[in-house]
Design a protein around this ligand. Structure first.
Ligand SMILES: *Cc1c(COP(=O)(O)O)cnc(C)c1O
Length: 306
């Protein structure tokens, strides 16, 4: 699948592991943090990754959007050229911000590592510039229970060797992801999902659809800004996967969420508890018709409540 979106030759190895993306928060520094690592802090998941790295060694936070409750993507990130790697999160699931490929930090010669759990294969990326990418399957590529890790061989050459077996990337690579019993069924479904992506026309078509879907919502809100307020104001920073917004009061938001469920059985629209508001998660599996139905309801709700 990746071979279609970058020239890798024999330079990468991939592994399917258990433990979710959350285990990678620790495995990455355990294997790769020798002197110092750089982290970008753009939300709860990014901070969780940072927290685990601190158990292992020196970490510098080189950019953060915490000052505005993570509602934007930091610009002009300067990567320390003596860092072992730089870690960032492409899509910030809770806040609805996303690094598009042209916003990704310029790492220079420092290995670029990214948590792509909530937007892997939602849009085209230059995958070849990353040294390690990982994603828990459950948002975009399959059922919970499997995590995809793709790593450049060159990165492993300098990795820590003295590690417990399960934590060591080399173990899983040597044993073709079968060091211990792999989650066979989730892996099978991920394979089917990759076939589905290619059958749609590949990431070009998937990306185009995702922009269309997200823009149905963002365009509607930008035109109805007196009632629906997107939490991410900079258009470049807006997520294709998680569209977050507020209404004029928490009470009105609660009513919106309740009515959506009651009238149209639209569920899970409540924003994450750390930010409140409303969040529409429109991953690859969500067809444009569902997004259009949501906008239709938004129109209806606005007419009744403005
Ligand atoms: C959901 C999510 C995670 C957590 O993944 P688990 O597989 O549950 O550990 C990590 N990072 C991001 C960006 C996520 O959206």
């Amino acid at each position: 699948m990746l071979e279609n979106y970058g020239t890798f030759g024999r330079r990468i190895r991939s592994a399917v592991l258990g433990g979710g993306a959350s285990l990678q928060f620790y495995m990455i520094p355990a294997n790769l943090l020798i002197n110092k690592a750089n982290y970008v802090s753009t939300g709860v998941w990014a901070k969780k990754a940072l927290k685990e790295a601190k158990f292992v060694g020196n970490v510098n936070v080189i950019a953060s959007s915490e000052d505005k409750n993570f509602n934007y993507i930091p610009q002009n990130i300067a990567v320390e050229q003596d860092a072992d790697y730089i870690h960032f999160t492409t899509n910030n699931t809770i806040y609805g911000t996303e690094f598009k490929e042209n916003q990704v930090p310029n790492a220079g010669k420092v290995p670029l590592i990214s948590d792509m759990s909530s937007d892997l294969f939602a849009l085209k990326r230059d995958f070849s510039k990353y040294s390690l990418i990982y994603a828990g399957a459950q948002k975009n590529i399959g059922p919970a229970g499997v995590t995809l890790v793709v790593i450049k061989k060159s990165l492993l050459e300098n990795s820590r060797k003295e590690l417990p077996s399960m934590i060591n990337y080399q173990t899983h690579i040597n044993d073709d992801s079968m060091f211990n019993t792999p989650p066979a069924f989730p892996i099978y479904v991920v394979g089917r999902t990759f076939k589905w992506i290619m059958k749609q026309g590949g990431l070009e078509v998937i990306e185009e659809n995702n922009y269309k879907k997200a823009n149905v919502l963002y365009d509607y809100m930008d035109a109805n800004n007196d009632f629906y307020k997107p939490t991410v104001t900079s258009k470049d920073d807006r997520s294709l996967m998680n569209v977050t917004f507020n209404l004029n009061s928490p009470e009105l938001e609660a009513k919106f969420i309740e009515e959506a469920k009651k009238r149209y059985n639209m569920t899970n629209l409540k924003g994450h508890r750390s930010v409140g508001g409303v969040r529409a998660s429109i991953y690859n599996a969500c067809p444009i018709e569902w997004v259009e139905a949501l906008v239709k309801f938004m129109e209806e709700f606005k007419a009744e409540n403005k």
